[in-house]
Design a protein around this ligand. Structure first.
Ligand SMILES: *Cc1c(COP(=O)(O)O)cnc(C)c1O
Length: 377
């Protein structure tokens, strides 16, 4: 038997190929072309936000956002230690410093109750990364931002279509950043977008994205970057937007199906959905409880032998060699206490989570997982 269920594969159920072909045939293959603006319009509308700036990836979107709100050396941004590295890298690139706090033990998002303690007179912004499809506690984050006059950047790379109190993520922050990498819920292969209701930020990001060209062309008053998305990628995005609701619901249904299949397995922690939240289960993450004595590596290996692909949870940011070796002047302070991030980082992994995972595949994964766990005490 050589069954193999990958942890995630892209789903291109509509006009993706047709629109890419159209872009090719008309020879509009650079960042000029009709699909760019259409994708920006459709996607920002989907989020309930006025403007979208497409770019090469979520890192690019985050960096544009950090530049747009004016982050610079001496500034501080509060972020959870339990995240993918992109938001930290983007902040650090501007010269600002990240201040790490711990994650919430249930949602794995930033622990909003710890934000206020981390605020200093240098704090400029809060980075809210919605983890594995579950939204951060936005009402609390908005309240703190208002009280201390801080900006909010949302990293929604893992949460397209997720909702908090009936509003989509991406509509809460001053700027929100999305990824369209191949494993994200809406994909263009590679790509990203920054969305905002603020016209000034919108214009600034659009300009910076394209080398900060001014009029006349080849005149520059500030340092720009080249983060332009191609019309070919945007063509895929426009096709994805025609099925956006379906793509989000399919991902969520994958999660709900696992919730049912695994609800009686007491030795693992399943993803939660807090009241007022809509989890879109970007990746279906499970955390091994203390009763499990066999190492995570061993469990993951046994699953692999049965054809079930997995990925480890993030390694917390305070444990990253890049920040610990002292080479980067504005690295975060890594000597705080982050028990939740450490625990879930050590004991968590995700199981196959494609939007188009079949019932049969989900049942197979659940069955193999149960088999492996039963012999892991
Ligand atoms: C995937 C991801 C990113 C990076 O997206 P790219 O498009 O690959 O740059 C950023 N943040 C989070 C939380 C992610 O999961």
């Amino acid at each position: 038997m050589n069954k193999f269920i990958p942890v995630c594969k892209p789903w291109l159920p509509g006009n993706e190929k047709k629109y890419v072909q159209e872009a090719m045939e008309t020879e509009w293959i650079s960042s000029q072309g009709k699909y760019i603006e259409k994708f920006e319009e459709e996607f920002s509308k989907f989020c309930g936000v006025s403007y979208g700036v497409s770019c090469t990836g979520c890192y690019a979107a985050l960096h544009l956002a950090c530049m747009a709100i004016g982050l610079k050396k001496g500034d501080e941004v509060i972020v959870s230690s339990f995240t993918m590295a992109a938001p930290l890298f983007a902040i650090i690139q501007t010269g600002a410093k990240t201040v790490l706090i711990d994650a919430d033990n249930e949602t794995y998002c930033i622990d909003a109750s710890k934000i206020e303690l981390a605020i200093t007179n240098k704090t400029k912004a809060i980075m809210a990364v919605h983890i594995y499809g579950h939204p951060c506690e936005m009402s609390k984050i908005l309240e703190i931002a208002e009280k201390y006059n801080l900006k909010i950047i949302e990293d929604c790379a893992e949460a397209h279509g997720a909702e908090y109190n009936g509003k989509k993520v991406g509509s809460f922050g001053d700027i929100a950043c999305f990824s369209f990498y191949g494993n994200k819920i809406i994909t263009t292969g590679e790509g990203g977008m920054a969305v905002t209701n603020n016209k000034e930020y919108y214009e600034k990001m659009k300009k910076l994205r394209n080398y900060a060209f001014e009029h006349p062309r080849f005149l520059h008053r500030e340092l720009g970057v080249n983060y332009r998305m191609s019309n070919i990628h945007a063509a895929i995005g426009v096709a994805q937007m025609e099925n956006a609701k379906t793509l989000v619901e399919a991902r969520r249904n994958m999660g709900l199906r696992y919730n049912k299949l695994l609800k009686d397995v007491r030795v693992i922690k399943l993803p939660v959905e807090k009241p007022g939240c809509k989890n879109v289960y970007w990746m279906y993450g499970i955390v091994l409880k203390d009763e499990i004595k066999v190492s995570k590596d061993e469990i993951v290996e046994r699953l692999k032998n049965k054809g079930v692909d997995t990925r480890n949870f993030f390694i917390p940011m305070h444990k990253q060699p890049v920040f610990l070796d002292g080479k980067i002047e504005n690295s975060p302070n890594c000597n705080g206490s982050y028990p939740v991030s450490e625990k879930i980082g050590e004991r968590g992994f995700y199981i196959p989570s494609s939007s188009n995972l079949t019932d049969e595949e989900a049942e197979y994964v659940a069955e193999k997982l149960k088999e492996v766990l039963e012999t892991s005490f």
